[in-house]
Design a protein around this ligand. Structure first.
Ligand code: FAD
Length: 461
């Protein structure tokens, strides 16, 4: 690639070669920096099996727009399956399709591994990027010339100095731990009582998708839920989210089948009884963590992005999308401050924090919406009303899900937008209520003679 040969001004370390780190390397390479990326794990492109979280993810507009900025949107699209609606699976086997937005709007189910591999290869294609696998960050300091110490699998320690260190090392970030020691750092971490376990729905006997392919399937059961996202090989990755104590109460295959027959009966033939037993009983449920912290930077020397800065529960499908968007937002500040990292990182941290906190909160809110509200009549009425108002006032009435998943409106503005809509709807409903009371009063007064006769006939007077 030609654009990266002229401007090797600063030497950047990127710690973590996951989704955000590998994309960030593409952004930094395009700016002309010398980029060294260090990843704890082996190079997944050379591995047969890769252990890790969620096999597939929902990619939405923020993620796609960020990929666009480095010319990768079109490269990623072939790895995805569009999902236009939620498909709700009721206990009695009936299903209900709830569109996400307008008929052309979708979120995309993408394979985590394929996406990560593509991003690693894209970053490596730049002559100013080098990738180091099996390098674990052990220590770092953010002095005038930041120092890092990485450990290789044989115990050998590698010391390096850089101009800037990026912490793209996930929810349990080592770079963040170091920031904590060097700045007045606020940190909040919470685990929800639910864990998750991945199961699988294989293609049917004809080799086709066993359920509607272009939907995100949900089995909402109030206290817990199961979801399924389609894969390119026509299977579905199925994720069960449930309180740990329920996971732990299932000890053997009888408990398991009894539980599934009572709660997710239509899923048993789809997953397959034997496969369900084999998978469930050989796996452990994994925890879900939410992290809020600030600031994200130490002067112009270090910055954390992605899950390292704002890990969230996965119920809005925005963790990766928000992490990708971090890269785009930082790019804008680096442009605005002419690559002055002191200014750009300070401003980035202040600007981004309010949005990261908002999406962490929204993800927690959707945790309830997905498992219980989708069953409620009020929720479905509100959704229908939102869609109707959006059709009548397309530029002013934009539903929350649409602003989060199909736009790049700042996350905190999405919340503000929902608040004024709620206030307006409440006022309208109260006004309708008050008008009904007045109308009823008028009716009673004008019909009082008939009413008295009626009540006397019924023996009330
Ligand atoms: P990670 O993906 O965690 O990558 C961090 C990398 O850093 C890893 O490769 C790790 O090996 C490396 N590393 C860690 N420590 C060190 C060290 N000391 N030295 C060197 N390297 C290190 N998001 C969505 O947008 N849509 C979804 O549908 C979605 N679904 C999800 C479903 C589940 C069940 C879960 C758990 C998450 C989901 N997410 C989703 C969130 C998404 O997975 C994360 O937000 C995303 O992976 C964050 O990327 P990251 O690069 O910041 O962190």
């Amino acid at each position: 690639m030609g654009e990266d040969t002229t401007n090797h001004r600063k030497h950047i370390a990127i710690v973590g070669g996951g989704l955000v780190g590998s994309l960030n390397a593409c952004f930094m390479a395009k700016r002309g920096y010398k980029v060294s990326l260090y990843e704890l794990r082996k190079d997944m492109r050379k591995e047969e099996h890769v252990k890790g979280r969620s096999i597939n993810l929902a990619l939405s507009e923020r993620g796609l727009s960020t990929l666009d900025a480095v010319g990768l949107r079109e490269r990623v699209i072939p790895y995805g399956i569009p999902m236009y609606a939620r498909m709700i699976h009721n206990k009695d086997g009936t299903k209900k399709r709830i569109p996400y937005g307008k008929s052309h709007q979708f979120i995309m189910s993408v394979d985590r591994r394929k996406l990560n591999e593509l991003l690693l290869s894209e970053s490596e294609a730049h002559s100013n990027v080098e990738l180091h696998f099996q390098h674990k960050l052990k220590k770092c300091s953010f002095t005038e010339k930041p120092k890092t110490v990485f450990e290789k699998p044989n115990g050998e320690l590698v010391e390096e100095t850089f101009d800037v260190v990026f912490g793209n090392d996930g929810a349990y970030s080592a770079v963040r731990s170091q920031l904590m020691k060097t700045t007045r750092f606020d940190f909040q971490q919470s685990f929800i009582p639910h864990g998750y376990m991945e199961l699988s729905i294989l293609p049917n006997s004809k080799g086709d998708f066993a359920m509607e392919a272009n939907c995100l399937h949900i089995w909402p059961r109030e206290e817990f839920m199961m979801i399924a996202l389609p894969n390119l090989d026509k299977s579905f990755t199925t994720t069960l989210f449930m309180p740990f104590d329920i996971f732990e109460s299932i000890h053997n295959k009888e408990d398991l089948i009894d539980f599934f027959e009572k709660t997710f009966p239509d899923s048993i033939p789809l997953i397959g009884k034997q496969e369900l037993i084999a998978t469930f009983l050989s796996r452990k449920a994994l925890p879900l963590v939410s992290v809020k912290c600030k600031p994200y930077n130490k002067d112009g020397k270090a910055v954390i992005m992605g899950d390292a800065a704002h890990a969230m529960v996965p119920f809005y499908g925005q963790g990766m999308n928000a992490g990708f968007e971090d890269c785009l937002v930082l790019e804008q500040f680096l442009n605005e401050y002419n690559d002055d990292f002191d200014e750009a990182l300070d401003k980035y941290s202040q600007y981004r924090h309010v949005d990261a906190v908002s999406i962490c909160d929204l993800a927690m809110y959707n945790y309830i919406e997905m498992r219980s509200l989708v069953n409620s009549k009020f929720f479905l009425m509100r959704k229908a009303l939102d869609n109707l108002l959006n059709r009548i006032f397309p530029n002013t009435w934009i539903p929350l899900y649409t602003t989060v998943s199909f736009s790049q409106l700042r996350y905190h503005k999405c919340i503000e937008n929902k608040k004024w809509q709620d206030q307006l709807l409440n006022t309208i409903l109260k006004t309708i209520g008050a008008m009904s009371v007045v109308g009823l009063g008028y009716l009673v007064w004008t019909q009082r003679t008939n009413l008295i006769v009626l009540l006397q006939e019924q023996g009330f007077m």
